[in-house]
Write a protein that binds this ligand. Structure first.
Ligand SMILES: Cc1ncc(COP(=O)(O)O)c(C=O)c1O
Length: 381
């Protein structure tokens, strides 16, 4: 068969069937342990479910196929997946991470990873010259990129950053949660590891916490990352893995719809008199647009931010007045979410106080625009 398009991979979850029953939906394997053979071997290759679990196989295969990598590994959360990559490094290693990134991982890097001896340096990751200048050849072991990056939706050129990282002997890891493998496949641009908070678009229904890593190669670094999952125990539950596989089947439809609606919402509110700015890489005058147009195919994703006129008070009041949008953190679900991001991130955040982060769901787009419109009007009267 010719190479399947992402829509065909996700809709049929790679077309696997359960050979024992001919079921087209897999069973949930819940066993925590496996029978040893009488000659003391484990012929199935499975011994204990902290190491691996048949419930992971299909979801990992679907995600690896979407990302064009040989292997994927599910984790108990996006944070468990991301931190496993850093934990695979050695004390004294130098790593570069973006100034604009998912705040919880930035906090972990600055407050925990540094205590273990990692030398963490935050850079303007969207500026290849700044990245190149910060690189310490032979010492920098990892460059971490998030693109589009929370919550300003800054775009980083993955191919240029991969060249910079590899020239200095470092690996490149990309948090591609917001782009999803439908819009960007970082391995094709030179990344060594791709990470997703599968909690978000991959599952898409706001009903589980999960993470996943995809590798470009089955090498020693990947083996170390996998052994960190086994030994530290950041293992996903069987039921969550099964739910994730179900969510993956509609990934293409959800991402397509969210991206189309986000583009319309961005274009509608960009010239709005009550709006200071819309941050969205799909807008032609956005700073990352040219790179995003090269690196993202089929849309610019479902995440954007709206900066209100009238500062923080107007932003919080707007979020208070929505009726259809849900005031909640997280992203990538079927329902649209609105969040005053600076309130979440607290002191020291680089997020402007007038910024509302919008996760666009799959509702009718006119309804979403009308609700935001009335909320802005009420907040400003
Ligand atoms: C871009 C990004 N990366 C990583 C994470 C962490 O994922 P989780 O909440 O599943 O640990 C999040 C969660 O919001 C995220 O938005």
């Amino acid at each position: 068969m010719h190479k399947l398009k992402p829509e065909s991979i996700t809709a049929q979850a790679l077309g696997w069937i359960d050979e024992q029953t001919r079921a087209i939906t897999p069973p949930i394997h819940v066993s925590s342990t496996y029978l040893r053979d009488t000659d003391n071997q484990y012929r199935t290759g499975r011994a204990y479910a902290r190491a691996d679990n048949p419930a992971f196989d299909q979801a990992e295969a679907v995600i690896a196929a979407l990302e064009h990598g040989p292997h994927a590994a599910l984790f108990a959360s996006g944070m468990a997946a991301a931190t496993a990559v850093f934990q695979a490094l050695a004390p004294g290693d130098h790593v570069l991470a973006p100034k604009v990134m998912y705040w919880s991982l930035r906090n972990w890097l600055m407050n925990f990873a540094t205590h273990w001896g990692l030398q963490v340096e935050l850079v303007d990751m969207d500026q290849p010259a700044a990245v190149q200048a910060a690189m310490r050849p032979g010492k920098t072991r990892l460059v971490w990129v998030e693109t589009p990056a929370n919550p300003l939706w800054t775009i980083t050129d993955i191919a240029a950053t991969a060249r910079n990282a590899h020239a200095a002997g470092a690996l490149l890891a990309v948090d591609s949660t917001v782009a999803t493998p439908l819009l960007t496949r970082p391995i094709e641009h030179g990344a060594d590891i791709v990470m997703h908070a599968a909690t978000k678009y991959l599952n898409g229904h706001s009903d589980l916490i999960a993470g996943v890593l995809v590798t470009a190669r089955d090498d020693d670094f990947w083996k170390r990352v996998k052994s960190i999952r086994t030994q530290l125990g950041g293992t996903l539950g069987s039921f969550e893995a099964w739910l994730l596989l179900r969510g993956l089947r509609t990934l293409h439809l959800r991402v397509q719809r969210a991206s189309q609606s986000a583009q319309r919402i961005a274009e509608h509110f960009a010239p709005h008199p009550l709006v200071e700015a819309i941050l969205y890489p799909g807008l032609p005058d956005s700073p990352g647009h040219a790179v995003a147009a090269r690196q993202m195919q089929g849309g610019f994703g479902g995440m954007l931010s709206l900066r209100t006129k009238g500062g923080e008070a107007a932003a919080i009041a707007t979020a208070a007045k929505v009726e259809l949008w849900k005031r909640a953190t997280s992203l990538g679900g079927t329902e649209s979410l609105i969040e005053h991001r600076a309130s979440v991130e607290g002191a020291g955040t680089p997020v402007p106080p007038d910024l509302l982060r919008l996760s666009v769901g799959i509702e009718d787009c006119d309804d979403l625009i009308a609700d935001l419109e009335q909320a802005l009007q009420q907040a400003h009267c």
